[in-house]
Design a protein around this ligand. Structure first.
Ligand code: UD1
Length: 340
């Protein structure tokens, strides 16, 4: 069984990917510093899969801890690197915190395993495209100057990995540019665990529906879109987890070039108002929402061209908006009764 190191493996996307790795016959080894996750997620993964992965609580920006990890786990065949901070607003306030955690940790990890033949999957984001000139956006579209240090860390990390592969290193790399991950596992045992007030749309919707928040504000309804609200390509987190397995499989093929990048979305855009309507329709719960001002820095509309992923990764999203909303809601009900 191939061992795969999963950094940030107790986080939202990490935990769903760990489950899909186990389902696909891999042996995940989880690394997480628990800065934005709960150790109880390990028990939840065990309940879902019947397998308890090895877990190391490690800060990847600590050189010694990472060296010790590489000594303790020398025979991994791949790394899926989720561990990173992701709050856009906080990254503007505390850029060094973001560059240290998202860039320095990446370099540290790559250094620790340098010289070994490893398949590396990097969590990138559609944020690298900014507001694309052409939609759906393809992987060939130019990247735009990042709007925040968070966005910049994704661009810089892609560049570091490109240079690393070009140098002839033994790493193979796939960068996955995620669109907007939402939803939760069908068991409702794992899902997104926002700390404090959620910044993202779907956790805010579910917390409003359950009564943790009084109402949700739609950030602007005067954009140049059919209903005036912003459009995103929402992707179910289980489909996203499966994309990482597909990325490993691609790199395991002998003819893989060494570096590639893929859009991971559904290829379909939905507006904020459509998401609210879908949530109400699918769950039967009415949402208290209001229209508010635009949020600074928001992209108006973005959705991905996912034909390259379909052709080369042999991966396609299978879960629609209905499943995304229902699973997010089931998870919200679960954690309200079983705080982790
Ligand atoms: C945001 C980040 C993106 C990052 C992603 C990580 C910004 C500008 N972008 O994406 O770089 O990769 O999170 O998860 O912050 N909305 C509301 N009301 C709310 C919350 C959101 O109307 O209470 C709207 C937003 O204006 C947006 C849509 O919902 O149009 C999705 O927002 P969000 O979930 O925050 O994701 P992004 O902004 O796309």
């Amino acid at each position: 069984m191939s061992k795969i190191l999963v950094t940030g493996g107790l986080g939202y996307i990490g935990s769903h990917t760990v489950v899909e790795l186990i389902n696909a016959g891999y042996e995940p080894v989880i690394v997480d510093d628990l800065s934005n996750s709960s150790p109880k997620i390990l028990d939840q993964i065990t309940k879902i899969t019947g397998h308890k992965p090895v877990f190391y609580q490690i800060d990847l920006s600590d050189d010694n801890e990472v060296k010790n990890l590489a000594t303790a786990e020398p025979d991994i065949t791949g790394i899926i690197h989720f561990a990173a901070f992701k709050a856009v607003g906080e990254s503007v306030e505390l850029p060094l915190k973001y560059y240290r955690n998202n860039i320095y940790s990446l370099i540290n990890l790559l250094n620790a395993y340098y010289g070994k033949p490893l398949n590396f999957v990097f969590s990138s984001s559609c944020t690298v495209y900014g507001q694309p000139d052409v939609l759906p956006v393809t992987e060939k579209a130019p990247t735009k100057k990042a709007e925040s240090p968070y966005g910049n860390t994704k661009q810089i990390a892609e560049e570091i990995l490109t240079d690393l592969v070009a140098s002839g290193s033994s790493y193979k790399v796939v960068a996955l540019r995620y669109f907007n991950p939402v939803g939760a596992h069908s068991s409702a045992l794992i899902g997104e665990l926002p700390i404090g007030v959620p910044q993202n749309l779907v956790p805010f919707i579910t917390q409003t529906a359950i009564g943790k928040r009084e109402k949700i504000t739609v950030f602007g309804d005067d954009y140049d879109t059919p209903d005036g609200s912003c459009i995103r390509d929402y992707i179910h987190v289980v489909d996203l987890g499966k994309a990482h397995v597909a990325a490993l499989k691609l790199m395991e093929k002998n003819n893989f070039a060494g570096y590639d990048v893929f859009n991971i979305g559904t290829g379909v855009g939905n507006s904020v108002l459509e998401i609210i309507a879908a949530f109400e329709r699918e769950t039967g719960v009415k949402l208290n929402y209001q229209i508010g001002p635009r949020r600074s820095g928001d992209i108006v509309k973005v959705w991905g061209d996912v034909s390259k992923s379909a052709d080369q990764l042999q991966w396609k999203a299978e879960r629609g908006i209905g499943t995304m909303m229902v699973s997010a809601w089931e998870w919200e009900k679960y954690i309200s009764n079983n705080p982790l």
